[in-house]
Design a binder for this molecule. Structure first.
Ligand SMILES: Cc1cc2nc3c(=O)[nH]c(=O)nc-3n(C[C@H](O)[C@H](O)[C@H](O)COP(=O)(O)O)c2cc1C
Length: 183
């Protein structure tokens, strides 16, 4: 895929199926993520990969978080099934470091860019992917189960796989009101 086609056409794909990305495809995604703009080269992010055979385990963790949150039995069952919407799920984590020149918001911006690039690199390789969040990102129970430190935050669950239908490419947004040419 041409770079400009990627940059102007990237679209999310919620309907995913196997096959999951190969390890080579995943490596390219992480290489792309590590190209994110990064003030002082802190790499303020990390990723946890749940492969297909580990998705049931992730579902158990989601269900545990839902139980902790005192959700209904129906909501707990739904939480358990959430990871099964793709053959691979990547948990994207922002890792804040004490730094006199790089405040937390800059580190979050860098981690978000890395996550966006991860998705773009999936799209560039013909994969489908979608960035999801929801209440689970703030679940203390899930944070603990995933081994997050107090300076870390879940910023997304990236569902990746093969598009079950052709990825609908959304039309360009009208950005004209978002840009001011000064003077
Ligand atoms: C930080 C963040 C969190 C998101 N969380 C969700 C989510 O929980 N569920 C969802 O359906 N879409 C979520 N989205 C939106 C999708 O990832 C996607 O961007 C949206 O469906 C628009 O599609 P597009 O990326 O093709 O423009 C989130 C996006 C971002 C940036």
């Amino acid at each position: 895929m041409q770079a400009l086609e990627l940059l102007t056409k990237r679209s999310s794909m919620p309907r995913l199926q196997g096959p999951a990305p190969s390890s080579e495809q995943l490596q390219l995604m992480f290489r792309a993520a590590a190209r994110a703009p990064d003030h002082m080269q802190l790499m303020p992010y990390r990723f946890i990969v749940f492969a297909e055979h580990q998705l049931a385990e992730l579902g158990q963790l989601f269900a545990m978080a839902a139980t902790q949150q005192q959700l209904t039995a129906q909501e707990i069952a739904r939480a358990q099934d959430l990871p099964l919407r793709a053959p691979l799920v990547i948990v994207s984590i922002a890792c804040y470091q004490e730094h006199d020149k790089v405040p937390p918001w800059e580190q979050l911006a860098s981690a978000a860019c890395a996550t966006g690039l991860l998705q773009q690199a999936a799209f560039a390789q013909g994969l489908g992917a979608i960035w999801r969040t929801g209440w689970l990102t703030d679940s203390e129970a899930l944070r603990q189960q995933l081994g997050l430190a107090s300076n870390e935050a879940i910023i997304g669950f990236i569902y990746v796989g093969t598009a079950a239908v052709n990825t609908p490419i959304k039309p360009d947004k009208d950005y004209s009101g978002k840009v001011l040419y000064w003077g």
